[in-house]
Design a protein around this ligand. Structure first.
Ligand SMILES: O=C(O)CCC(=O)C(=O)O
Ligand SMILES: [Fe+2]
Length: 364
């Protein structure tokens, strides 16, 4: 049998395998390290002090949600030591030999584990990344057999990290709920029992980074995502439908907060769902840890409040499962149309050749 292949081995090759090469219009437009400071970095120290800093912090968060659907937070209270342990263990996992990582191979719809790229959307081109996924909440749905047992200490640290990040996400949802003129628990309650999924992304250095993406352009489907990134850079955002991009400046100890489709719909479009992607580079690998807070499958997706005369962005209330299905189908349809357009282009090119040939015949 051929030796098991992960991306880490492909990183040493001179050229990029065809399955990672993106169409020209999808390729990176801005460098991984050309940082922009457009995304605000907000200190949330004192967020709980109703008669203190809370009002001022909330204003900044809400403005960022209306403009970008992305902001960064510092002074969030998650222990630095915990964050650095989580990072260390993640790096150690990806440095394991391929056969060790592939013991947790997630292909075949297994609930959690290791994947090369993420080929979940039935698309032809793959992302340049390796990932580990855990489903951490609700607790009774945890399947520890899908959590890596190496490196030592992984489970304990991950459990603690999951818990702390759920609390932090809840605090942020309270702010957003109040900003919508609702009681602070409403946004969270709308998720029924909130799910949490952690995706650890490892992007090995890439032989031809200009031709590919670490994660293709997307919006996260859920409510809110807390992303921890190292100091390399690669997260990019657009707010003009992919025409211009900015690279988010890595800030040590910060979490990047992304709003997802669920929050966008519940706020009736007032909050943006962050349109983003990750690019890679040829110099070094990059690590990011995305913690997704998602509603339960049966939670209802519909604006929580409509002002007088305001029209809903959704025609009817749907379940989160239905919202997700429609999103996936739309992605697949886009991929199909793109493929058709490409085939037509090739065919037209062939016909031009035939036409030129007949012209030669006539002239002969
Ligand atoms: O690694 C990053 O910067 C982005 C990852 C991401 O968008 C995701 O995992 O959904
Ligand atoms: Fe994302």
């Amino acid at each position: 049998m051929a030796p098991a292949k992960t991306l880490t081995s492909l990183a040493e090759e001179k050229t990029l395998e065809g399955r990672f090469v993106r169409d020209e219009d999808e390729r990176p437009k801005v460098a991984y390290n050309e940082f922009s400071s457009e995304i605000p970095v907000i200190s949330i120290a004192g967020i709980e002090e109703v008669n203190g800093r809370r009002g001022e912090i909330c204003k900044k968060i809400v403005k960022a949600c209306e403009e970008w659907g992305i902001f960064q937070i510092v002074d969030h209270g998650v222990d630095v030591e915990l964050v650095s342990e989580m990072t260390r263990l993640s790096k150690e996992f990806f440095a394991l030999p391929p056969e060790e990582k592939l013991r947790f191979d997630m292909t075949g719809a297994k609930k959690g584990g290791f994947l090369v790229s993420s080929h979940l959307q039935g698309e032809a081109v793959q992302d340049w990344r390796e990932i580990v996924i855990y489903f951490s909440y609700p607790i009774e749905k945890r399947d520890y057999s899908r959590w890596p047992d190496k490196p030592e200490g992984w489970r304990k640290v991950t459990e603690e990290y999951s818990e702390k990040l759920t609390c932090l996400a809840s605090k942020l949802l309270e702010v957003l709920s109040e900003a919508l003129g609702l009681d602070k628990q409403v946004l969270k309650t709308a998720s029924l029992e909130m799910d949490q999924k952690i995706v650890v992304n490892f992007y090995p250095k890439c032989p031809q980074p200009d031709l590919t993406l670490g994660v293709k352009r997307h919006t996260d489907p859920g409510t809110i995502t807390l992303l921890l990134q190292d100091n390399v850079g690669g997260l990019q955002a657009t707010r003009d439908n992919g025409i211009t991009w900015i690279t988010v400046q890595p800030v040590h100890g910060a979490f990047v907060v992304n709003l997802g489709d669920h929050a966008h719909y519940l706020s009736n479009g007032r909050f943006k769902n962050a349109d983003h992607q990750a690019v890679v580079n040829s110099k070094c690998s990059r690590l990011s840890i995305a913690t997704f807070q998602n509603p339960a499958q049966e939670a209802t997706v519909y604006p929580l409040k409509l002002r007088d005369g305001e029209k809903s962005v959704l025609e009817e209330p749907i379940s989160y499962a239905e919202m997700y299905k429609r999103k996936m189908n739309k992605d697949l349809e886009m991929a199909r149309l793109k493929k058709l357009a490409k085939e037509k282009q090739l065919k037209d090119l062939d016909n031009t050749k035939i036409d030129a040939k007949s012209l030669d015949d006539i002239l002969a």
